[in-house]
Each structure stands twice: as structure tokens, then as C-alpha cells.
Design a protein around this ligand. Structure first.
Ligand code: F0G
Length: 491
């Protein structure tokens, strides 16, 4: 059965906000494990789910990146892959879809998000620049350091207010952006906006915020400034705008995505998220000269302009996946699953960050394990215990794991700042797990939390002896190399 993009959007009285708009054709069996085995495994693998062999993680919410289940339409399209090096025919459908999706005229494929970012930062960010963002994702932050520029995170104040019921806590603080331009505008050549704001509890950004950022750049810039949109999960952000920003309820998410893109000069996307593929990405631009400046860099780093480091079959799968990922029924279902998980947590007294938005659910570990100090990794400890209880993989984003280096003095570990919240990210792979899986995740976290002060605090291990110190331009990737150990054994 092959259903077209248009048919997938046909009017219906089937409640696709309560049941998924698809059914399952292929299943993947998982490795059964016991609690004792999991306790051994996590000890052997430096007390970290991301370090475990993935086969031993029953429900893996460590990331939603590249973990999507593809559709029959995508697998079918892959057979059409043209593997010619130059001007593969498979670039045609993707190019067509990318122009439609972004509303931008110039598009290039890249093998994933960070390779697209690399050529943008190499071209448009200079030594000594300030690069403001609503909160850089790890890789754009790392690209700033690599260019010897300074990443500056200016997230809106509502994000830091736990009680706030604002829907768009991922926004940039536009007052601070304006001040930065007025005081140091000659140092700002690129503004990065992440939609939704992955490292700030996945919170979405409003259309108004994007519009305001555009007008601040236009009014206050002192040199050419690129408004760059990190669009990894833009369709999921569009869903939040549709539901919670006035004037957008009647619009399709595709139209909302296009309007979001219209305020930016460049957009880069890791399609491993909202593109519903396992590998892929793109860069889209409005300006021909800027596009032409990127071309030689793309060839050097990723590949020729019509494949960007991807196989022809990957291009085909992405062309189909992008449109499936922005389908309103599909997005309603993704948010529904997120709500199911959030409610399963709250029913058990597990504290979560509000609102729980399309990307996933963030657990407030400082409330779950109040006996563990912010310096001692309450989220790190809860993640490990939850793996032991139920075989679930989660990502710790607490002060111990993800405390921010001072971007003016990044090598000085004494200046690492505490995180505003001790968060665990439960990122939802797309079309992979059922409601029952999410209920088990909530149950596992509940069992972990129920051990109370028997769950051990963590400390960072001294890594200086076991590997070369990171260079300054790689320091933004510190979190991937740090190791931790519990002060006593887990129950
Ligand atoms: N931008 C955002 C907002 C991301 O979340 C990611 C990746 C990237 C860019 C880089 O894309 O991995 O394709 O090179 N995020 C993953 C995560 C790794 O788990 O959040 P990539």
C-alpha cells in the first residue's frame, strides 16, 4: 500500500490525536536481561548508559538522533537510490522537497547536522567573534571554540522560573540580544537559534521570538550578520506554535515551518531527528553568494554538492521522511506519546519539567533524589539506578555531567557553572516505542527513585592520567570524555 503525501493529510474523523496514524510492519526483538546482569553491566561500562553496548538497553531514550523507525514509503524509496557520484538522480526529489520545506532557494545535502554546521561556522564566524544563541547545542558551541569565537547563551528568563507556565521557554532573551548588539555589535556576525531548544529541556521557541530576533538583527547590526536556524526538530517546534501561539491553529505545520525559516538567512538541519531518517542533513540558504562560498567547503568536508556524504538511497529516504515528519497527524501523535509518558511519570510522583514538549520528557532529578547535592550528580545517579531497575537508557544533563565551562575562560575547570536544573533527558525516538514502553520507563524511574538515600552520590574521576588533556578548541566536547563514580554501591 503506497499512500501519497496528500492522502496522508486527508480529512478524517478517526481521532489521530488519540491513536497513531500508522501501524507496524517490522518488529525488532530485544535482548532480555536480569537486574543482576544490568548492575554488572553498568558497573563495567563506567556507570553510564551511553557507554553500554546498545544491545543491553531495552528502551533507549538516550537520544532521538538517528533512532527513528522508517516507513514502508521510505524503505521503498531507498530502492530507487542512484549511486552515481556526480549529479545523482536521487538529489532531484530531495532538492525539490528541501525547497518546499525551507522556502529557501539554495540547498545542499550534508551527512549530518554537525558537518553542515562546520562549513557555516568556518565561513561566517571569525576569531574573537561573539556568537549569541538561545542555547547552543554542544556541536555549534564546539564549532565556536574551534573558530576561537565565544558562544553566548541568552535563554529567556521564563526558562529559569520553574513555576512559569509559559509555553515558549526555549526563546532567546531579546532584551539581552539587543544590548549585546548595542554594546559589542561589531563582534557579532552570526546569531544561532535552536528550535526547539534541545539543551534547555527541549523547550520550543515562539514565532514572535523569531520575528523579534530578525528585526533586532536588521536594526542593530554593525556588520553583515547571519541569522542561522538550527532546525533539527523544527517540525516539532511548529506543532507547539500551532497549538499554543495565537493565529496559527488553522495552519499546517509545513506552513509554520516555512514561516519560521523565512526569518532566517541560513538553516541547517540534522535530519536524523525530524527528518525521520537514520542519517542525513542539509543546509539551506537564501543568498546565492553565501551558498557559493559554502560549496568548496562542502566538497572538502562532506562530498559533492549533490550527495553531501550520503548514499543515493539516503537522499531518497530523506526526501520522503521530511514530509512525513511535518505531517500534522504524525506530530499530534508524537505529542500525545510525550503526554502519555509525562502523565505516567506524574502519576507516580516523578517530578518533570513543564511543559513536556514534543521532543521528549525531562525529569527534575533534584526533586526525585533530594539527598544528592547539585555537585554530586542527582540525575547521573538516577539514570544509573533506572537502568538497573528496568533496562532503560536515559541521558543525564545535570551539573556534574553538563555543568557549563565559562566561555571566556573555558579551560579553567574551577569556573564550571552549575546547571540551572538537574535534568534527565528522555528523548523519544520517533515511531519506535508504544505507550506500554513509556509506562515501563516511568515505572523504572519510580522504582529507582523509591530507593531514596540508598542511591549513591557521584564524583568526577580524575582523568588527567588516563588520556591526553583536551585542547582548548575541543573543550566544548568535555562531557563525552569525563567519567564518574559513585561514592558507594547502587542498591
Ligand atoms: N543541533 C541540535 C539541536 C542537535 O540536537 C544536534 C544533535 C545537532 C545539531 C547535531 O546533529 O548529530 O546530526 O551532527 N543532537 C543529538 C542529541 C546528538 O542527542 O541531541 P548531528
Amino acid at each position: 500500500m503506497k499512500i501519497s503525501d496528500e492522502e496522508m493529510m486527508s480529512p478524517t474523523d478517526i481521532p489521530f490525536d488519540k491513536v497513531p496514524p500508522y501501524r507496524v510492519k517490522v518488529v525488532e526483538y530485544v535482548m532480555p536481561t536480569t537486574r543482576n546482569e544490568r548492575k554488572q553491566l553498568i558497573r563495567q561500562h563506567t556507570w553510564s548508559a551511553p557507554n553500554l553496548p546498545a544491545e543491553y538497553i531495552y528502551i533507549n531514550l538516550c537520544t532521538d538522533s538517528g533512532t527513528n523507525a522508517m516507513s514502508d514509503r521510505q524503505w521503498g524509496a531507498m530502492w530507487l537510490g542512484d549511486e552515481s557520484y556526480f549529479n545523482s538522480k536521487s538529489w532531484d526529489p530531495l532538492q525539490h522537497v528541501l525547497k518546499q520545506y525551507t522556502g529557501m532557494e539554495f540547498v545542499m545535502p550534508c551527512h549530518q547536522g554537525r558537518s553542515g554546521e562546520a562549513i557555516i561556522y568556518e565561513t561566517f564566524v571569525k576569531k574573537g567573534d561573539l556568537v549569541p544563541s538561545n542555547c547552543h547545542f554542544t556541536t555549534t558551541r564546539a564549532h565556536c571554540y574551534f573558530q576561537e569565537a565565544e558562544p553566548i547563551d541568552i535563554t529567556c528568563s521564563e526558562y529559569f522560573d520553574e513555576e512559569s507556565d509559559f509555553w515558549f521557554k526555549g526563546n532567546m532573551d531579546t532584551g539581552k540580544l539587543k544590548k549585546l548588539f548595542i554594546e559589542q555589535g561589531e563582534r557579532v556576525g552570526l546569531v544561532e537559534v535552536v528550535v526547539p531548544n534541545n539543551l534547555c529541556a527541549g523547550q520550543p521557541v515562539s514565532m514572535k521570538n523569531l520575528r523579534d530576533i530578525r528585526s533586532i538583527i536588521d536594526k542593530y547590526k554593525r556588520r553583515d550578520v547571519i541569522f542561522s536556524l538550527d532546525a533539527a526538530r523544527i517540525s516539532e517546534n511548529a506543532w507547539m506554535i500551532k497549538k499554543h501561539e495565537s493565529g496559527y491553529g488553522h495552519k499546517s505545520c509545513l506552513d509554520i515551518v516555512k514561516e519560521m525559516m523565512s526569518y532566517a538567512d541560513i538553516s541547517h538541519m540534522s535530519a536524523k531527528k525530524g527528518g525521520l531518517v537514520n542519517i542525513g542533513g542539509f543546509v539551506a540558504l537564501k543568498d546565492r553568494f553565501q551558498y557559493q562560498r559554502l560549496q568548496p567547503k562542502l566538497i572538502r568536508i562532506d562530498g559533492f554538492m549533490t550527495y553531501g556524504g550520503l548514499a543515493g538511497r539516503d537522499l531518497e529516504a530523506l526526501a520522503v521522511g521530511l514530509m512525513e515528519g511535518v505531517n500534522d497527524y504524525y506530530l499530534a501523535d508524537k505529542q500525545r506519546q510525550c503526554d502519555v509518558f509525562a502523565q505516567a511519570c506524574e502519576k507516580r510522583g516523578i517530578s518533570i519539567f513543564h511543559p513536556a514538549c514534543t521532543l521528549g520528557v525531562w525529569i527534575m532529578a533534584e526533586h526525585c533524589l533530594p539527598h544528592i547535592d547539585k555537585h554530586n550528580g542527582p540525575a547521573t545517579a538516577l539514570c544509573v539506578q533506572a537502568y538497573i531497575e528496568g533496562g532503560i537508557g536515559l541521558t543525564s544533563m545535570d551539573s556534574l555531567h553538563r555543568g557549563r565551562e565559562d566561555s571566556r575562560d573555558p579551560m579553567n575547570l574551577d569556573k564550571i557553572q552549575l546547571a540551572p536544573y538537574e535534568l534527565i533527558r528522555c528523548a523519544l525516538p520517533r515511531r519506535v516505542y508504544t505507550d506500554a514502553h513509556y509506562d515501563w520507563c516511568a515505572e523504572s524511574i519510580y522504582r529507582a527513585m523509591s530507593w531514596g538515600d540508598k542511591v549513591p552520590p557521584y564524583v568526577r574521576q580524575n582523568m588527567n592520567l588516563s588520556r591526553p588533556a583536551l585542547e582548548k578548541r575541543d573543550i566544548g566536547l568535555r562531557a563525552f570524555f569525563d567519567e564518574y563514580e559513585p561514592l558507594f554501591d547502587h542498591p
